[in-house]
Design a protein around this ligand. Structure first.
Ligand SMILES: NC(=O)c1ccc[n+]([C@@H]2O[C@H](COP(=O)([O-])OP(=O)(O)OC[C@H]3O[C@@H](n4cnc5c(N)ncnc54)[C@H](OP(=O)(O)O)[C@@H]3O)[C@@H](O)[C@H]2O)c1
Length: 200
């Protein structure tokens, strides 16, 4: 699958490494593509990167993602957008305390099908879930079933089988996984890596 990743930081590059290893055709969309010569996939200007992409990943800093993506609303129309960001302030407070970044992006981009996932994971487990002692879970939120199915397939190729994917429902359910950041940060300070396992 052709996948465009917006954001060339540790989250975007880690994800790209896993997606390239899984055989996907990955490209970065960057504000300064010519300066990005050491990435796991080639970097293009953002509009070029979006052309022909079946899946677009937003790995932008959460606090600026809505503004940055809104500026691309035309180019992103019709695309499936996987949002993996956590929107927190420099003090690690939630930017959307009674809502979520996923909902804010979907509201700003009504012609784009937004799926929230991967934001609950530590970087080291993002593309290596089997490095943890037991199977753990990740979450999907989004209004469009076809878009979630596309993302689910990409997650399977990263090593996250469907049994380890929990579809929470519409994009409004992104609040839970996003607000989990507060707990994630607290546990991370005690030592990582770790992840959530749902036990019934
Ligand atoms: N799910 C996970 O496993 C996981 C783990 C850690 C972090 N995250 C989330 O992933 C997101 C990205 O984290 P990161 O540490 O990789 O971020 P980062 O290094 O701070 O930024 C990512 C990239 O976004 C682009 N960017 C920065 N400011 C921008 C702006 N104002 N407008 C447009 N583009 C901008 C830059 O790429 P260019 O200069 O090339 O345009 C930058 O390299 C965060 O929200 C974080 O919470 C997820």
């Amino acid at each position: 699958m052709r996948i465009a990743i917006l954001g060339t930081g540790v989250a975007g590059t880690t994800l790209a490494t896993g997606l390239v290893a899984a055989g996907h055709d990955v490209v970065f969309g960057s504000r300064t593509p010519d300066a990005k010569t050491d990435l796991p996939a080639s970097a293009l200007a953002v509009p070029e990167a979006l052309t022909g992409a079946e899946l677009v990943v937003s790995a932008l800093p959460g606090a600026v993602a809505v503004e940055a993506l809104t500026a691309l609303a035309g180019e992103l129309a019709g695309h499936v957008l996987l949002d993996i960001s956590n929107a927190v302030t420099p003090q690690f407070d939630l930017v959307y305390p009674n809502a979520s970044l996923g909902e804010a992006i979907q509201s700003a981009l009504p012609q784009t099908r937004v799926v929230k996932s991967l934001n609950t994971l530590a970087i080291s487990t993002l593309i290596a879930p089997d490095t943890l002692a037991e199977p753990t879970q990740l979450f999907l939120s989004g209004d469009d079933a076809e878009a979630k199915s596309l993302v689910s397939g990409a997650l399977v190729s990263l090593g996250w089988p469907v049994e380890q994917q929990l579809d929470l429902g519409g994009i409004e359910t992104a609040r839970g996984p996003e607000h989990y950041f507060l707990l994630f940060f607290g546990i991370m300070r005690l030592g990582g890596p770790f992840n959530i396992a749902i036990v019934r």
